[in-house]
Design a protein around this ligand. Structure first.
Ligand SMILES: [Zn+2]
Length: 194
């Protein structure tokens, strides 16, 4: 660190998740995105430089001392849980549908026996049963290849989004409530804001 960076060079404060930088000494200078500032609210990725030698203050170094705001992870968790339930229902429906194809065939057989094979109704009902059976079969077949894919996609997206805002580590299959109880990232140790 160059000598032009003073021990009390600047002050970082965080209120309502807004990060503000203040140049503390009129004898020195603090730059944000190349402009000398007295005080300025920061956006992630802003280029911060200290002193006339423009010593860069990296966001990585900043984030190590700043708390990590995980509030948006509540939505991520809620969506994941809802999607999981939706998929479970879809899977159950699929299984019901699969057993229904057998049921319809059975109904068709019973109908053919009940009508004694004489009435024209028997042929119509049998044809309808076969068509419905076929439609169910095709739908069940299409869904069977679609559902594991949806589940895989859901898990992938969840693992990508349910991560520490600072280090990017996936925070595991634990609820948002559990995350807030732990209070900090187990990987980079950033304290959580929740
Ligand atoms: Zn982390």
């Amino acid at each position: 660190m160059p000598e032009s960076v003073l021990p009390n060079h600047c002050l970082l404060t965080m209120t309502d998740n807004l990060l503000r930088i203040q140049n503390l000494d009129i004898n020195t200078v603090t730059y944000v995105n190349g402009q000398s500032i007295e005080s300025k609210y920061l956006a992630t990725g802003d280029r911060i430089e200290l002193g006339p030698d423009r010593y860069p203050l990296s966001w990585k170094a900043l984030q190590a001392v700043l708390p990590a705001d995980i509030r948006q992870l509540k939505n991520v968790w809620d969506n994941y849980e809802n999607e999981n339930i939706r998929l479970q229902i879809a899977e159950r429906k699929f299984n019901t549908l699969r057993s229904a194809t057998g049921l319809i065939t059975m109904v068709a057989i019973v109908l053919s026996i009940a009508t004694g094979g004489k009435s024209a109704w028997y042929i119509v009902l049998y044809a309808v049963s076969i068509i419905i059976s076929l439609v169910f079969f095709v739908k069940a077949y299409l869904d069977s290849s679609k559902m594991p894919q949806q589940r895989q996609e859901l898990n992938r997206r969840f693992q990508r989004e349910y991560s520490c805002p600072h280090c990017g580590h996936f925070l595991g299959n634990q609820s948002y409530d559990l995350l807030t109880q732990n209070d900090h990232c187990p990987y980079c140790k950033s304290k959580f804001i929740h």
